[in-house]
Design a protein around this ligand. Sequence first.
Ligand code: TEU
Length: 567
Amino acid sequence: MISFDDPTWWRSAVVYQVYPRSFADADGDGIGDVRGIIERLDHLASLHVDAIWISPWYPSPLADGGYDVSDYRDIHPDFGTLADADELVARAHDLGIRVLIDLVPNHSSDQHPWFQQALAAAPGSRERNRYVFRDGRGENGDQPPTNWGSLFGGSAWQRVTEADGRPGQWYLHMFAPEQPDWNWDNPEVVQEFDDILRFWFDRGIDGFRIDVADSLFVHRGWVDTPVDQLTGFGTYQKFEGHPLWDQPELEHLQKRWRAIADEYAGTALGPRIFVSEAYLPLQRLVRHVRPGRLHSSFNFEFLQSEWDADSLRHVIDTSLAAHAGVGAPTTWVLNNHDVIRSVSRYGKPVSGRRFRATAGDGVSDDPHWQERMAASPTDVALGRRRAAAAALLMLALPGGAYIYQGEELGLDEVEDLPDDSLQDPIWVRSQHTVRGRDGCRVPLPWSGTHAPFGFGSAGHDPWLPQPGRWATLTAERQDADPASTLNLYRTLLALRHELPALGEGTAGISWDAAPAGVLSFTREPGFRCVVNLSDAPYPLPGGRTLAASCPLDEGMLPADAAVWLSA
Ligand code: TEU
């Protein structure tokens, strides 16, 4: 349990991501709900998580899994009511668990009342100015205003039909056409989001995860991107000076939001916090967590690194140095609802990007590494072994960490979902060439020996089908098995609370001499983590074993395993 008196709680916190549609289903309709989260708070408490982050739970037509919000101040009826949300927050707080929710400020749903008003209003009107509307290029304005591409494939501009029935202006959507971008140059939009923050802070929400926090503003020169950026999701190059990403205006907005969060310093919950979602190179990422700006930002380079000792060590060293330079803790993450689960990633011959000290920006890979990874075969047993070892590594590093629901059960990516079950807009917008992110969003297996494993009920299948092989991975079954992944996570998180060396700590890490492929470091006082990414068993140094990712054999650490020792 964390102390609610400590305003720096987030610097060491382990936050558990809840994807509400797939977490727990209390009413048995095959769709997760807020009451389901309430009923499973005991699972979260027994894991010793410090906080939960709930992916969007707002009313939404679900063009992008809820990241298309039609009302920022309510709960999706599939999930429950505002009263349920209030109850969840109160009960979580009683258990010492903080609650973060998702802020989606780059775009709304096209069903948001303000966007509907914008469509009905004339070009140049106040209503249109809340979004990014432009006249098209070409003689009849039938060409998009710029060549900008949507992350989900195709153009980032969609043409509308004006009230008189004629083809009219175009609006910007960096994601799906059902997700029109807000105009952050408009003070009315700024004010609206100030109010949304206060609405939830006043209800006892401890902070926000900010969706695509590096987009929001776009460059008003309306210049084309110099390279072909129309290839879509995952291959976008956020080079410095890109007209769509990481604009300088963000700094002012971040300081404004930070000031609002800090206004709550005098309340029982203390000041509120932000974690930023921005896939940016490290040196640019840490600008966003400078003093007075946002608190923390996901470290996606760690998540993206391949299973390779040199690559991971490079990411760890550069991450710690870059964050130390701005006084912010690093925020480690291995999984979320957008990426292939670590169990499957690490079981692939292409397990990520290769980070190296030598390359200019520390990365040497081709822009299509994600596609290559998705296409490479998976050895799930190997991946599960490595993912457990990676958890020991992540949770031993200085700073905070995020774990994604199902990570604590060692779930693998469901790579063989039937085509007709796929919901991710990427699948349709890529003309059925990119399967998208549904494979990590399959509802959790809670109990029983066959699907739906306590999620849904007779006649109400889970909204994505679960694989039968998950029968061995249910929370119920793992609870009873001392050697399960679930009990390993419980041990690791409990140790983080017990051992002063862990979490942010007061000292960094110091690397021990070790052969190629072995990562070994100590943290004061008295802690050592050893991860064996080589092919050969590694003779362990002395010290009491605090936790291990697999059974240890006579003082030897097998390949693809990790151990925590008292040093
Ligand atoms: O994702 C934004 C985003 O840009 C990342 O998903 C990233 O491009 C990709 O994972 C790189 O591999 C956020 C949400 O997390 C996602 O679920 C939404 O679809 C998206 O924003 C739009 O709101």
